[in-house]
Design a protein around this ligand. Structure first.
Ligand SMILES: NC(=O)c1ccc[n+]([C@@H]2O[C@H](COP(=O)([O-])OP(=O)(O)OC[C@H]3O[C@@H](n4cnc5c(N)ncnc54)[C@H](O)[C@@H]3O)[C@@H](O)[C@H]2O)c1
Ligand SMILES: Nc1ncnc2c1ncn2[C@@H]1O[C@H](COP(=O)(O)OP(=O)(O)OP(=O)(O)O)[C@@H](O)[C@H]1O
Length: 521
């Protein structure tokens, strides 16, 4: 019987009596007399074991040597990379100083033969980076040998292909170089600004006019409004605007409130931002959304007082309204620039785009859903000129980062800090297991198209209001609006955001694990 190459466990065995590594194939040896003979003639088993031990020892030594060599190589590569990095840093810094017309900073090393002029700033820098007795990269990198490396490097640097960066806006290339955002001096791309950072508002002259917007049908809001109007007039001497409804309420209360201004029509509302220094809201998040919706263009700074149940965007407590308003009117105040989305509904029936519908600005989100239709929505989504996906489900939310804690969150979108510029793309009940939410950068334009073969209509709603029907062939085009909503912070943007997700949503609240129990020894 021919010996099998595999044993019953599926492991490979050797077909010959003696395998390459010196191990025996027991089956073939037992089945062959010749093999037994051979075995007897060969060295005893004991001796073979000794050889094996010797061989494995030798292998271990070789492996050790190889490992040592590899470790040594990795260490020297890391060291070389570190020196290269320091060298590049130093060279860039010197080039920048040369560019500004200053001589490069030199360190005052103890054994340095070259004469070096040290500015107090440079000495301070040297002491900070290496201590008075240490060796620092500045010192070593400016020795003669390194100078020649530097010359070589600058020769190499001169061969680097030059380039320019330009910015593309709405499909058109602009030659304007955004040096304020990204610099690209001599082939090195560096980001200067990554986002709008924490913004502080400082009044250059005393605010004169305040608009107070209130949640309707709330007694506590009405009482606070009466009180606040009187205080702002008597203690701050401010002009006060309120909605026509509120003015009637004030006048019903007393003729005293005759000084309060209001408006008659939409035309006057359009001009409000030119008259009003500050907007105060008394209500919940809905009142902030309401206030934002009144301004179709620039929005004055908003001071939102919390008189609702949740209050993600309302960090000020109404009990302390005098202290809060005092400090806001004095300034400076930290503000959160809340980006808005600008939405256009484009009707297939219209002769040209933007013909009939005014753009709508949203602070939270625009939602396209199936409304009362019982059919699955079918929405084709494009980002600039690229096809994104087809939404088949209950609908889609295009949200700002401020709105990330509202409907988008309920639909599974991520929470995003409101200062992050971006557009959240969150499906509502998608009929697909793999449809995860996306976040697009702020410069894109998103187009949601109801296909011509759609079974039902879709409905768009803007910050939960103003529902508009979208028929087959209609589209909604959405991009970042140029007018954000500046809201005053209680502390700062990040602190307020974290406080709202902790207090409002009880985010990641869990009982702390007790100290006693199993632990690592
Ligand atoms: N399933 C949901 O979670 C759901 C459904 C519909 C609408 N909404 C949200 O309601 C908003 C309209 O608010 P409203 O007060 O006029 O209606 P509303 O009175 O129905 O209140 C909706 C709730 O959403 C909260 N909210 C609003 N904006 C928020 C934000 N940016 N972050 C966290 N929570 C926020 C409000 O405080 C309120 O508790 C819509 O823009 C939408 O985001 C949520
Ligand atoms: N000045 C206003 N005029 C008309 N409607 C308003 C005005 N202010 C707020 N609203 C609407 O009233 C509704 C409730 O407002 P808001 O969310 O501020 O109060 P709330 O529901 O008590 O607060 P919360 O949602 O935190 O519980 C919202 O739909 C909002 O759009």
């Amino acid at each position: 019987m021919a010996p099998s190459k595999f044993n019953s466990a599926g492991e490979g065995t050797f077909s010959g009596p003696m395998a390459d590594n010196g191990l025996f194939n027991a089956n073939s040896l037992l089945n062959s007399e010749k093999a037994v003979q051979e075995l007897l003639e060969r060295s005893p088993l004991m001796e073979t074991d000794d050889h094996l031990i010797e061989f494995s020892e030798a292998l271990r030594t070789v492996a050790k040597a190889l490992r040592k060599a590899a470790e040594g190589k990795a260490a020297s590569q890391a060291e070389a990379a570190e020196w290269k990095r320091k060298f590049e840093l130093e060279r860039t810094r010197n080039l920048q100083l040369e560019h500004k017309g200053q001589s490069p900073v030199e360190c005052n090393g103890h054994n340095n033969k070259r004469s070096r002029i040290l500015s107090p700033q440079a000495t301070e820098q040297s002491e900070r980076c290496c201590g008075t007795n240490g060796i620092c990269s500045h010192e070593i990198l400016q020795d003669r040998d390194i100078d020649s490396i530097s010359q070589m490097a600058s020769k190499k640097y001169a061969r680097k292909a030059p380039f320019k960066l330009s910015w593309c806006c709405n499909g058109e290339h602009s030659d304007r170089h955004k040096h304020d955002v990204v610099s690209f001096e001599k082939g090195n791309i560096t980001t200067a600004e990554r986002s709008s950072r924490q913004i502080s508002l400082k009044w250059e002259s005393q605010p004169q006019t305040v608009l107070i917007l209130t949640k309707p049908n709330s007694i506590s809001v009405r009482i606070l409004c009466f009180e606040m109007v009187r205080w702002l007039r008597e203690h701050k001497g401010l002009h006060i605007y309120v909605e026509p409804r509120v003015r009637s309420e004030l006048l019903t209360e007393s003729d005293y409130y005759n000084f309060v201004h209001t408006w008659k029509d939409d035309k006057e509302i359009m001009l409000l931002h030119t008259k009003v220094d500050l907007v105060v809201t008394l209500g919940g998040d809905g009142t902030v959304l309401w206030a934002a919706s009144m301004f179709k263009g620039p929005v004055p700074p908003l001071v939102p007082f919390s008189l609702g149940s949740l209050g993600f965007m309302t960090p000020f407590h109404s009990e302390h309204y005098k202290e809060c308003l005092d400090s806001v009117l004095k300034g400076p105040i930290s503000i959160t620039l809340r980006h808005r989305l600008q939405c256009h509904v484009i009707r297939d029936a219209a002769r040209n785009e933007y013909e009939t519908e005014e753009p709508i600005l949203v602070l939270n989100e625009v939602t396209i859903d199936r409304g009362i239709s019982s059919y699955l929505t079918n929405l084709e989504c494009y980002c600039d000129s690229s096809f994104v996906t087809c939404v088949q489900g209950d609908g889609l939310i295009l949200s700002t980062t401020s709105g990330s804690t509202a409907y988008s969150l309920a639909a599974g979108g991520s929470m995003v800090h409101p200062q992050v510029p971006g557009i959240l793309f969150t499906p509502i009940c998608p009929h697909s297991l793999s449809f995860r939410p996306l976040i697009f950068p702020e410069y894109v334009t998103i187009r949601i198209q109801v296909p011509f073969n759609s079974r039902g209509h879709a409905w768009a709603s803007f910050d939960g209001k103003d529902r508009k029907q979208l028929a087959a062939g209609d589209a909604l085009v959405c991009s970042m609006a140029p007018w954000p909503v500046p809201t005053a912070c209680q502390a700062d943007s990040t602190n307020d955001f974290l406080r709202s997700i902790h207090d409002g949503l009880h985010w990641n609240l869990r009982k702390t694990q007790s100290f006693d129990g199993p632990r690592d020894t």
